[in-house]
Design a protein around this ligand. Structure first.
Ligand code: GDP
Ligand code: IMO
Ligand code: MG
Length: 427
């Protein structure tokens, strides 16, 4: 019963959408297990670009079925918009997309709370999609799950109780306005959502018993993980592979292999520590070449060199056995290419990402300069086609991280992807 978890190994936007879509041609199910529409997963097919926020990236092939697991936070209005967009573009969604009855619902007041908090001191640069406030309600045991959302009486009572709890922060008038707005949109959203909902944990378990292949698709990445990331500058869920079990409703023994997606350099959106961040002129060059603007918010992404201590932490926590190395083409023209091999902090060398906020802020990268390469890598179709220095860069990373790069990606589209190392990805 093969399950392959595909995990963001950096700060998100590593190219998970592209890689999951690529692999989903050989999968029966693709499952999102955490996050919500803060995610922006880009898939380019035949020159057409799709930005997916809630739908798993398997939705664009006809074969796989797709599940939004219990660990995801679902904004019904955002899902409606995405399903409409996909249908308008000729993608069949109905009967192929399943939403967990156990997933929590993002409501307009969650977005209002996100905006209020981001407007004050202590902002962390969230996507303003209401993700944090929704997970907070889940943990505080006053959240609304999809199963409850589908029952009008239950939903109305839960909404009233939640707004009562938040009225201090929202303000009485605003809480009343949000309630009216939510209830006005509710009947149509409920009608839309109902046919998609089911017990996805059971459905996927059955598929596994029938020896089906399941891909898990993380949103965000290891360094945005609530427990293992650059807290508090993180998202409010667990993108690491352990999150896939809880968030899809599967036991840990179900996961056979973990593929970590990493860019050939590093990016981050939002605030927070970023030890290998580049100076602005250099960052600007990569940002323009690699179109490094958020797929959800359009914000310019911060750019840094590849960070091996950070990747070592990600590999260890998620049990990453293989890497998919993306955007190698974007580094073309950079010479030298810098890579951080360790950090120096208070006279010590650190080989992994430190825990304390202070160390995360103060640690200085120790760099190694590698020879750069030039030319258009976008037409390469196998490792042998790459300029020798690009090939050596890939091999060097594999050796340093003791992890093979099973997939190398040299462009946004499907054909610009090649399987590099031997062996099945599926464990
Ligand atoms: P995700 O959130 O991890 O799915 O990544 P995003 O879609 O937010 O950001 C990755 C961006 O890089 C998207 O615009 C992709 O189309 C693009 N992309 C993915 N792989 C490659 C690659 O190998 N080369 C280039 N040039 N672009 C890529
Ligand atoms: P994908 O799946 C990159 C970042 C935000 C912010 C922090 C918290 O496309 O890789 P949130 O709205 O989640 O409460 O914001 O997390 N963030 C992402 N950064 N890619 C993402 O998703 C992200 N989702 C959230 O910028 O710093
Ligand atoms: Mg993204």
């Amino acid at each position: 019963m093969p399950v392959l978890a595909v995990i963001g190994a950096q700060w998100g936007d590593e190219g998970k959408g592209k890689i999951v879509h690529y692999l989903s041609q050989g999968a029966d199910w693709v499952v999102r297990y955490q996050g919500g529409d803060n995610a922006g997963h880009t898939v380019v097919i035949g020159g057409q670009s799709f930005a997916l926020h809630l739908a798993p990236s398997g939705i664009l092939f006809t074969r796989p079925r797709n599940a939004i697991g219990n660990g995801v936070v679902v904004n019904p209005a955002a899902l409606l918009k995405e399903v409409r967009m996909l249908e308008q573009r000729g993608i069949r969604v109905r009967g192929r997309l399943f939403v967990s009855l156990h997933a929590h619902v993002i409501l307009p007041y969650h977005m209002a709370l996100d905006r209020i908090r981001e407007g004050g001191r202590g902002a962390i640069g969230t996507t303003l999609k209401g993700i944090g406030p929704c997970y907070e309600d889940k943990v505080a045991r006053r959240g609304v799950r999809i199963a409850d959302y589908l029952e009008p009486e239950t939903f109305r009572a839960l909404l009233a109780a939640a707004l009562e709890a938040h009225k201090g922060e929202l303000g009485r008038k605003e809480a009343a306005r949000l309630k009216r707005e939510t209830l006005a949109a509710y009947p149509a959203l409920r009608r839309f959502l109902a046919p998609f909902c089911g017990d996805t944990g059971r459905i996927i378990s059955k598929a596994l018993s029938a020896k089906r292949r399941v891909l898990m698709e993380s949103a965000q990445g290891a360094m945005l993980d609530l427990d293992h990331g650059t807290y508090p500058f993180v998202t409010s869920s667990n993108p690491v592979s352990g999150g896939a079990c809880v968030g899809a409703g599967l036991p840990p023994t179900a996961i056979d292999a973990v593929l970590g997606v990493a860019k050939a350099y590093t990016t981050r959106v939002g605030l927070g520590p970023f030890p290998t961040e580049m100076p602005a002129p250099l960052a600007g060059r990569i940002r323009e070449k690699g179109h490094e603007y958020g797929a959800t918010t359009g914000r310019p992404r911060r750019i840094g060199w590849l960070d091996l201590p950070q990747l070592r932490s990600a590999i260890r926590v998620s049990g990453i056995g293989r890497l998919a190395l993306t955007k190698l083409d974007t580094l073309s023209g950079m010479d030298p290419i810098r890579v951080c091999t360790a950090y120096r902090w208070r006279g010590r060398l650190l080989d992994e990402f430190p825990a304390s906020r202070r160390a995360q802020r103060e640690a200085r990268p120790v760099y190694r300069d590698l020879p750069g390469f030039a030319g258009d890598l976008g037409s390469c179709r196998r490792l042998a086609d790459l300029p020798p220095a690009a090939r050596r860069y890939v091999r060097w990373i594999e050796r340093e991280l003791r992890t093979p790069a099973a997939i190398v990606s040299v462009g946004a589209s499907h054909e610009q992807t090649f399987l590099h190392s031997e062996g099945s990805l599926w464990g």
